[in-house]
Design a protein. Structure first.
Length: 392
């Protein structure tokens, strides 16, 4: 790939904001330099230049919790064809990379899904956004807070079962969601942490005391905060109270303004520091398709005006894209735009231990950057030095 210089009215790294900034992309698909246009090194002044006046240049976004989209369901159907198609189609939303959130009715089926995806991760080249690994949302969830899951898919944490998942995953399993109040959950979380897998607290009916102990222990992260977890009251602060009372935990937010009311988004941002929030989509296979009836996690869902419902009336995932979630967060949080950008870029990369290459615009990192308009639409998505999407 050829060297070039990207210029925008503002470059957000996201640790600083550079007015009239530039990014020098080298021939290896990495960032050679970033700074103000007035300081561009002599060696880069003769390179081809792409200019984006009136627009912002950001790090490529990372979504660590999504189940599919465009009629593609992770873990179902043609896994290879579906993943390749999804990689290309989702590039419109500015993703540099993403985790595949997967589940299955049985342990054996889940192991086979993991093995298939690992072969794809290890051997295939993807034309759009990069698959970064797997998130197992279950099976160790509390049926009382099952959300959109079939309760027959859920069971008590089992160390041998988890070991089989990790053995099949060969290092590609990055995160597993667990309800901490279930038997064996603390031991499993300790095992995951020892193996560099994020133990995330979710789909849980834990009390404030139980959730707080988990977050002081080996649980490092919280799956879709507010959703599918014990709610807050003045006498029982619940999971949300434990999250808000934690200094180190990172917490996911689905900023579609459906799962989480704008007032709750603002409240979470007031209670947590910018480095603690991770924006996600929790998008389902029917995301980015017209309103209609689709499948999700073995159940039927109806999508109408962005709302996804099971026949029972339970909300079942979202249809939002991460660039839109970022824009929503910027509208409803009392943080500056630079701080919100890190919630969809650096924070997820650091949580997964991928910040050496992803999550910020700095010399030596992969040249995965996006250009966005004021309304949040992505104009251009550059992944590892290659343009994978251009608006229009």
């Amino acid at each position: 790939m050829s060297e070039k210089v990207l210029q925008a009215s503002e470059v957000i790294t996201p640790f600083e904001s550079l007015k009239d900034g530039m990014v020098w992309v080298n021939g290896d698909g990495r960032i050679a330099w970033v700074g103000k246009a007035s300081a561009l090194p002599e060696a880069a002044k003769g390179l081809p230049r792409e200019e984006y006046p009136g627009k912002r240049l950001l790090p490529g976004l990372i979504d660590i919790h999504l189940h599919g989209g465009f009629g593609i369901y992770f873990g179902e159907g043609d896994l290879s064809g579906g993943l390749h198609a999804y990689s290309e189609k989702i590039a419109f939303s500015g993703l540099a990379g993403f985790l595949l959130s997967v589940a299955a009715p049985t342990a054996d089926e889940l192991v086979e899904i993991i093995k298939t995806y690992v072969r794809l991760f290890e051997n295939d080249v993807f034309a759009g956004s990069t698959p970064l690994g797997l998130h197992l949302e279950g099976p160790f969830l509390n049926p009382e807070k099952k959300g959109a899951f079939d309760e027959h898919w859920l069971r008590i944490p089992d160390l041998k079962e988890a070991q089989a998942f990790l053995e099949a995953g060969k290092g590609w399993i990055k995160q597993i969601t667990i309800a901490p109040e279930l038997p064996n959950a603390p031991e499993l979380a300790a095992y995951l942490r020892a193996n560099n897998v994020v133990a995330a607290m979710g789909h849980t009916n834990a009390t404030y005391e139980c959730a707080s102990a988990a977050l002081r222990g080996d649980f490092r992260h919280v799956t879709h905060t507010f959703n599918a977890q014990r709610t807050f009251t003045q006498r029982e602060p619940g999971v949300f109270g434990a999250v808000m009372d934690s200094d180190d935990v990172t917490a996911e937010l689905i900023c579609d303004t459906i799962h989480v009311h704008p007032g709750a988004i603002k409240m979470a941002a007031r209670c947590l520091r910018p480095e603690q929030i991770v924006l996600i989509t929790d998008a389902i296979g029917g995301a980015h398709l017209p309103d209609g009836v689709y499948g999700s996690l073995g159940q039927r869902v109806t999508i109408k005006d962005g709302l996804v419902l099971l026949d029972s009336g339970t909300i079942a995932g979202s249809t939002v894209a991460l660039n839109r979630a970022l824009h929503n967060a910027a509208q409803h949080m009392e943080y500056n735009y630079r701080q919100v950008v890190r919630m969809a870029s650096y924070n997820p990369a650091k949580l997964l231990g991928l910040d050496k290459n992803y999550g910020s615009i700095s010399a030596g990192k992969l040249a995965s950057v996006i250009v966005v308009e004021a309304g949040g639409d992505v104009v251009m998505n550059l992944v590892e030095g290659k343009i994978v999407y251009q608006k229009g």
